[in-house]
Design a protein around this ligand. Structure first.
Ligand SMILES: [Fe+2]
Ligand SMILES: [Fe+2]
Length: 358
């Protein structure tokens, strides 16, 4: 399911332009999909919800939100070493992931314009938000004298093909996990303003409402397609995507522990909170959610993260490639086994809970 657009030869870096970090299994991906199937989706089951969402999106509550105030004009040279590197990596990852959403939504909007005007407008309005988010993050990177050349990344990045159903599952989850990540950092810094080392975090409260709205649009799309929630295949796909998104989150948060420490946040606690909340939220859209309360759930996820940190240490070593690979194989196997063990923990059937107060 992975296709790629031919990659152009690497260019010499320009001054002040950051070369994007190397793509790995954990870096945010760029997606393309089957636009004909997207255009032919029958949305009638959720028509009212989608009409309400388009009205809310047109209201554009955050029209004036992403304006940099005078605090950004300060110097940020005092943020040094590990904290600086960790923060720049965080900004880059966030910027790429927002920009990836922008590209996909913009293309969907363009392709569906004549064939599905309601969906086309929704994607156009979501692309508007994601462009603002990516631009705001890239300007923040500029404060650290390292912006991303987004136009260049558009051309050189690998695009992964996902059928539209997979796009709906994964984008729904990435919007909702984005919401929880932004709001939990915001609430933490409200309680600990001494850790707010850069002004971007003050913007997270309204920002995360954009992600929440995007997630609600994808929830309506998912619920408009009964085959995405009313059969055994849908239940298996839901488990698969929930686990992939949570495992990626746990691994990346622990890889970037220094960033969370600089905010006074314990990465393991933060990761668990994000996973638990996103899982609960997803239970309202998906036919199942994972059993995060199972005594083995987080220990297995955390041991995946520990193995992943060992793999990164091997990668950084100066050993010959072959030796590195031999040392990595048992660790990769251990991660796969742990993920399978989590996958087979009995999930919670949320269809049975829908309609009851949760
Ligand atoms: Fe966004
Ligand atoms: Fe979004």
């Amino acid at each position: 399911m992975v296709s790629s657009i031919p990659q152009s030869a690497p260019k010499a870096p320009k001054e002040g332009i950051k070369q994007p970090s190397q793509e790995t299994i954990l870096t945010p991906r760029f997606y393309t999909t089957d636009f004909d199937t997207a255009a032919s989706l029958d949305l009638s089951a959720q028509e009212n919800e989608l009409q309400a969402m388009v009205a809310e999106m047109r209201a554009d509550y955050n029209r004036n939100h992403f304006v940099r105030d005078e605090e950004f004009a300060k110097s940020w040279e005092h943020i040094e070493g590990k904290a600086r590197r960790g923060f720049i990596e965080y900004l880059e990852r966030s910027c790429i992931s927002e920009f990836s959403g922008f590209l996909l939504f913009k293309e969907l909007s363009r392709q569906l314009k004549k064939r599905n005007p309601l969906l086309s407008e929704l994607f156009h309005l979501m692309a508007r938000d994601e462009a603002r988010h990516a631009g705001f993050l890239n300007k923040a990177m500029g404060d650290f004298k390292l912006s991303l050349d987004l136009a260049d990344i558009t051309k050189t990045r690998t695009y992964t093909f996902f059928p539209i159903e997979w796009v709906i599952y994964t984008v729904y989850l990435s919007e909702k996990i984005g919401y929880w990540r932004y709001i939990l950092i915001y609430h933490h810094l409200q309680k600990h303003p001494e850790n707010q080392f850069y002004p971007i975090f003050r913007y997270f409260e309204s920002w995360c409402q954009d992600e929440n709205r995007h997630g609600d649009i994808f929830k309506a799309l998912l619920r408009s397609q009964p085959k995405m929630w009313n059969n055994w295949k849908a239940r298996l796909w839901s488990r698969f995507f929930l686990l992939s998104v949570f495992a990626t989150h746990t691994l990346t948060v622990h890889e970037r522990a220094s960033f969370y420490h600089s905010l006074g946040i314990d990465p393991t606690d933060f990761d668990s909170q994000v996973v638990i909340n996103t899982n609960d939220t997803a239970g309202r859209a998906f036919p199942v959610m994972l059993n995060t309360q199972h005594p083995q759930f987080f220990p297995l996820l955390h041991s995946c993260s520990n193995y992943n940190l060992k793999i990164s240490a091997i990668e950084r070593s100066s050993q010959p490639k072959f030796l590195k690979l031999m040392r990595k194989i048992p660790l990769i196997t251990a991660i796969v086994v742990n993920l399978l063990r989590i996958f087979f923990i009995k999930p919670v059937n949320t269809e049975a809970l829908k309609g009851t107060v949760r």
